[in-house]
Design a protein around this ligand. Sequence first.
Ligand code: HBI
Ligand code: FE
Length: 294
Amino acid sequence: MQAEADTPTRHGLAAGDAGRPTSADWTIDQGWSRYTAAEHATWKTLFERQTRLLPGRACDAFVQGMKDLPIGPDEIPDFRRLSEVLHQRTGWEVVAVPGLVPDEVFFDHLANRRFPSGNFIRQPHELDYLEEPDVFHDVFGHVPMLMNPSIADFIQAYGQGGLRAQQLGCLPQLARVYWYTIEFGLVQQADGLRLFGAGIASSFTESVFCLDSASPNRLRFDLERVMRTHYRIDDFQESYFVLSDLDELLDFTHIDFAPLYQRALTGPEHQPGDVLPGDTVFHRGDGSYHRSRR
Ligand code: HBI
Ligand code: FE
């Protein structure tokens, strides 16, 4: 999970209680041999629950990526083995970090095709929600999509764009694009809407909610519209945005974001549950879930 990008500095508290590691890029040794049987068992519980749930929900690229990676139920994956396969496919590698890292460190890793993944795993009592991205969120949720060339190129471009967005003072706008795609995105397939966002793919409850519940909106993705749209960090999303296909993200790596940022920095911002006259609506949510939580 990440803080609402309007407060990216939360990452100054990064890395949970592990504190700042000695290396400037915040990478640490994964410490694979130090995982306990209990930690592998937590992985197994999460892995088996999601693997039963995702067929028919996760997009084809996610299912294929998972199949092609050394990721299974019995053990927390070894990042070196993941990186061997991943590097062959899309030039990416997985590096271990103790938790959230400062934005500029994060962007620099992504710009160099290094995906920072938490090396810790959640406690059994926080199976369904945790504040920081753990190894299940990062490896089960994000890494299969990094096997897809379009996603792989987009996330590198996001890293490069992130450093620039910080200088232009429009990191919040760019972080919303990442949030509503890489973290919580849906994509249209011939056989229906499918999830690809890691925040959903690694969540038992949200994998169901995002596609089945009448409550959230499901809207066609539009870059400027999303740049203007706040998101929830503390609960299910009120709206999900749908890509026509994953290659749509590639388009964004060829356009100049600067004029878009300028426009997005002025003019209206939208609340997470808004539906706008210009939206293409797959499903107009009734908002029942979030109303019941107020
Ligand atoms: N650090 N390890 C880690 N993982 C993230 O997803 C992450 C981060 N730091 C910053 C961050 N995400 C977001 O604030 C940026 O995408 C804006
Ligand atoms: Fe994430």
